[in-house]
Design a protein around this ligand. Structure first.
Ligand code: FAD
Length: 560
């Protein structure tokens, strides 16, 4: 084999797990290269909340939370799929805190433990008080220089007006219009608009928050180490010699470039979020690529490349399920996290019936919607129903409070349904009016007392997390009473697939009979998740992606 380029570690994909893998290589004296298919780097990771689920971290201990890996293991083990080996879960819970410590020491990132309850906090080993989810502090993106221009934009759900990056804490200030929210907003807008002359060049906010902060911080550290990221360079094939993966072929300007990887190839190229035929074949419960919140480049290329060199796969039927809004013309669904838990709204199927606890985690609601649709064909879309009071108090996906209906974006107007009465609204959304009235009346009866006898909304620790603290006795429940009434369609979607290549506890890819394929690693959504089909808490996709990236590189370099 003749090679065009040689490195120690070749990383495929520039999401969080990929960038950290490359950084670990360089920090240990190895020569690393990241190849990225898209013209923008950062992957879905850049568009994410940047939250990472890390049990028993130093930060949690400092915050007074006495956590330990054994409790986390018990908690994840019970939720994860049976076919996920104990060793993979064990490896994650035992190494996550060390990875986070390493990341803090080798990058400008600061992660803080948050009081964010686990999604199944009531289960054995679960944490109702949180402190396993960690969020990054905002970061100045200016030192990234030109690289900030090719950093993927934050998700519209994680930025204001589609451009202003927003830190997690600030969400509450704005959402509940807490004291000082307006000066805070004005100051933030001024900071953005006075970022001259960058403002003339790009819409990008150089104050990096959430997922932008995560990948931005990793890239800043990589730039210090001069690790190249080749954009528009998709992996097309892995190169195997004598049963070992020794490199890969990427395409640049239509031409193949052969790259030798002396120590290993780390696949970090995401799931098959946007590959419709792979979904049709493997994940019929999550049939629609359009509703995935994953980015367009994630088409399972490196899962298939792995299979071609004999890799096994696991749990390809699974996804990080989530309810999503879909604005016509956009290339992905917008994750619906907070809105469902706020008081004064419900979700109803096409018969006008509630069928779930709206305030549960997005994964649980996404899975319930997907199952409902598969079994009854009446949940895609489901209708997000709210009243005038809710409309002007809280945001609903792309719909902004305080902004009048006529001033909303044209595409948003096409999906927003409105009626001066519930009967009129029901007619707009094709639901039997009497049924919708009955559903709302029953919901209101309980909501007035702060109870939900049908689905226990607002009882679990997680439900209250996104409730409105000014609403009592239940921050997630208020009656829907004041017209005009509104509805928006919401779909069973996902924020990425999470089945993939079968790996062991050091992220080594396994072939037939569970044999290690030497030289090949997979992390993030490229690999079958240690979480199986579950979503134990906020950050369980990125936490393991980073942890297994850390372990993969160390294994490839022979570091224990
Ligand atoms: C709105 C939103 C919020 C979220 N918030 C969180 C959160 O707070 N915490 C959390 O844990 N998870 C969150 N997630 C999920 C999380 O973002 C993803 O699960 C995670 O980013 C996946 O990481 P990855 O490295 O596997 O893939 P990605 O970050 O998507 O990176 C994969 C990269 O590989 C590239 N690629 C694909 N094919 C090739 C190829 N052939 N050659 C080279 N490169 C290729 C892609 O272009 C992409 O850049 C969120 C998702 C969304 C949509």
């Amino acid at each position: 084999m003749s090679w065009d380029k040689e490195v120690d570690i070749l990383v495929v994909g520039s999401g969080a797990g990929g960038l950290l893998s490359a950084l670990v290589a360089a920090e240990n004296g190895a020569d690393a290269l990241v190849v990225e298919k898209e013209p923008l780097w950062g992957g879905t990771s850049a568009t994410s909340g940047g939250g990472i689920w890390i049990p028993a971290s130093d930060q949690a201990r400092e915050a007074g939370f006495d956590d330990n890996p054994d409790d986390a293991f018990k908690y994840v083990r019970a939720l994860s799929a049976d076919n996920v080996p104990d060793a993979n879960i064990r490896s994650f819970v035992d190494n996550a805190a060390e990875m986070l410590r390493w990341m803090g020491e080798h990058t400008p990132l600061t992660y803080c433990a948050f009081p964010y309850p686990d999604y199944h906090a009531e289960n054995p080993g679960g944490s109702p008080t949180g402190f396993r989810t960690h969020m990054p502090l905002p970061l100045d993106g200016k030192p990234l220089g030109k690289d900030v221009e090719t950093l993927r934009f934050a998700s519209p759900a994680a930025s204001l007006f589609g451009y202003l990056n927003w830190h997690f804490d600030e969400t509450y200030v704005l959402l509940f219009r807490q004291k000082g929210w307006l000066p805070h907003l004005v100051k933030s807008l001024a900071r953005y608009w006075f970022d001259l002359p960058f403002r003339l060049k790009s819409r990008k906010d150089r104050r990096l928050t959430l997922g932008n902060a995560l990948v931005g911080g990793l890239r800043l550290a990589m730039n210090e180490k001069q690790i190249p990221v080749w954009l528009e360079s998709p992996l097309t094939e892995l190169v195997e010699e004598d049963g070992k993966v020794t490199g890969a072929v990427v395409e640049q300007n239509g031409k193949p470039v052969r790259i030798r990887a002396r120590k290993g190839v780390i696949l970090a190229a995401g799931g098959f979020d946007k590959n419709q035929s792979m979904r049709d074949e493997n994940a019929p419960l999550y049939p629609n690529a359009r509703y995935s919140g994953g980015i367009a480049g994630n088409t399972g290329d490196s899962i298939r490349a792995g299979q071609r060199v004999g890799a096994e796969t696991m749990n390809l039927q699974s996804a990080w399920a989530a309810p999503v809004f879909y604005v016509p013309g956009e290339d992905r669904g917008r994750l619906c996290t907070i809105e469902r838990a706020l008081p004064g709204c419900i979700l109803v199927n096409q018969s006008g019936e509630r069928y779930l606890n709206e305030a549960a985690s997005y994964h649980i609601v996404g899975q319930q919607m997907a199952h409902r649709e598969a079994e009854h064909c009446d949940a895609s879309p489901t209708w997000f129903v709210f009243d005038h009071r809710y409309r002007h108090k809280y945001p609903v996906g792309p719909l902004m409070p305080l902004v009048p209906d006529w001033a909303q974006n044209g595409m948003v107007k096409t999906i927003l349904k409105k009626g001066s009465t519930l009967v009129e609204l029901a007619e707009q959304i094709g639901v039997e009016p009497a049924k919708l009235e009955t559903t709302v009346a029953r919901f209101n009866e309980g909501a007035e007392k702060g109870v939900d006898p049908d689905f226990n909304r607002g009882d679990a620790a997680y439900d209250k997390m996104y409730g409105d603290p000014s609403v009592t006795p239940n921050p997630s429940l208020a009656p829907i009473t004041k017209g005009p009434f509104y509805a928006m369609p919401i779909y069973p979607g996902d924020i990425g697939t999470n089945g993939g290549l079968l790996t062991d506890d050091r992220a080594r890819v396994l072939g037939q009979g569970g044999n290690v394929i030497p030289g090949l690693y997979a992390v993030g959504n490229n690999a079958a998740s240690a979480m199986g089909e579950s979503y134990p808490g906020a950050g369980v996709t990125l936490g393991p992606a980073l942890t297994f990236g850390y372990l993969a590189t160390r294994d490839a370099l022979g570091i224990n």
